[in-house]
Design a protein. Structure first.
Length: 155
């Protein structure tokens, strides 16, 4: 699984003109699924999102996690995170899992986050969504699971 995490002062997702999910200070997590992902990987990704230290402490250092500051998380499915742009001008989405596999795993990330104590808002799977956010910093990171150390070795 892959996630693009953005620290936000606010974020929302709208479907057909109606806001379906919104958070204040927290994280916007765009989540993509590939073919060999499973619920274990989804749980690992949720724990990494929740404990990622990207909020400032009293000295202005990024030492605090969403868990530490009680931040909310907006989770939005995004199959395009697995786009392959290495050939031509049209991205290939072959590496992205199909909706029948991906939907349950995005839901598993949401369920795990809630189980960890997070306030979670979501988009609507397979819907055309408009995501609005105010990126705080800006601060954006990409998480891949399983986590890899430099040189490609798993953590």
């Amino acid at each position: 699984m892959r996630a693009v995490i953005q620290r936000v002062t606010e974020a929302s997702v709208t479907v057909a003109g109606h806001t379906v999910g919104a958070v204040g200070r927290g994280l916007c997590a765009l989540v993509g699924v590939t073919h060999d992902d499973d619920t274990k990987v989804a749980a690992q990704l949720a724990r990494r999102i929740w404990t990622l230290r990207i909020f400032d402490d009293a000295e202005g250092r990024t030492n605090l996690s969403a868990e530490d500051v009680g931040a909310a998380v907006l989770v939005v499915s995004q199959f395009t995170l697995y786009a392959d742009t290495s050939r031509g001008r049209r991205p290939s989405f072959v590496a992205a899992a199909g909706p029948e596999h991906a939907e349950g795993l995005v839901e598993a990330v949401v369920d795990e986050l809630r189980g960890l104590g997070a306030e979670v808002a979501t988009g609507v799977f397979r819907a055309s969504m408009q995501v609005r956010l105010v990126n705080d910093g800006p601060f954006t990171v990409v998480l891949d699971t399983p986590a890899r150390r430099p040189g490609g070795r798993p953590e």
